[in-house]
Design a protein around this ligand. Sequence first.
Ligand code: SAH
Ligand code: SF4
Length: 344
Amino acid sequence: MRLIYDLNFSEIASLMVEWGEPVYRAHQIWNGLYRQYWNSPERFTNIPTSLRNLLAENLEFKALALATTLNSADGQTVKSLFKLQDGKFIEAVLMRYEKRNTLCISSQAGCAMGCVFCATGQMGFKRNLSSGEIVAQVMYYSLLLREEDNVVTNVVLMGMGEPFNNYDNTLGAIDRLNDPKGYNFGARRFTISTVGLIPAIRRFTAEKRQINLAISLHAAEDALRTSMLPVNKRYPIDDLLTACRDYIAITGRRITFEWALINEVNDTPEQAIMLAKKLKGMLCHVNTIPLNPSPGYSGQATTRERAEKFKQILDGYGIPCTIRLRRGIDIMAGCGQLVVKNGG
Ligand code: SAH
Ligand code: SF4
């Protein structure tokens, strides 16, 4: 059955017409879903039982069945494993930090990009998520947070999967959540992270969206980057950075480059200098994070000293750089650790 979260407002409105219902019912349903966070037909007590029954018979409300929840020892990070309707699994993570409640959600079950240090890459590709399955992850946590009078403040597409390898559904989900008459979540509070699929970056650029863009770079020379991110063979660094420069020129927006610091691999002064030279003059920011362990990769995290040295070099070239905290490591909810055993 089709998920109700797969429908945008006009599709719900057409359904009402088809069912011989007044169009204002569509507004009530939209409001119920995205303002009240009602997640089953029975909760729509403001519409007639006959229409509630039609909804229940024709549309699926349960996109995600919670399989397990893990809380980090510090209580700041919650990771949930969800079973999809077809039995595949995905994960989503809530990270609380000061006033922020950042949600890290999945765009695919598994991932086809095969980055060697990423647990999701190691499990391989299962399937794309529908836009409704992406939306449902946000609605799940919105309801959870509402119970404590709290809200989701940021959404990052940094869970399982490569969002630009599922472009239409990912952007469709963001557009649905962005609707001012519905969930009303500002485009600037979303971040899409991509491994660097150039055609999709170009499309995204042409659409001039307000969504933040992060690029997983991780290496400043092709041989090294290809050994870590196989997709670099197809979309090498210089072409990727040209697409990034065009993005910045056309949208006026800053790009974030992500860099998982791996001891003696890409945390060397040589890499830092090479990176600084390549990024010179770009409106950008480098976000480093010590590598998170994953079962299929033997590389080790950088040390504090090496990370600081790396940052210092970039600072010296005027490239803003932060060293991100590792969060949720004890529950394997750090970046690239989202993996489901057996893959669903
Ligand atoms: N597929 C997208 C988004 C999901 S991965 C992408 O690759 O950008 C989110 C981020 O986690 C990416 O920057 C990715 O490179 C990074 N990552 C993957 N595995 C990691 C690991 N073991 N340690 C640290 N970061 C990792
Ligand atoms: Fe896929 Fe991103 Fe993991 Fe690479 S890092 S395998 S693109 S999820």
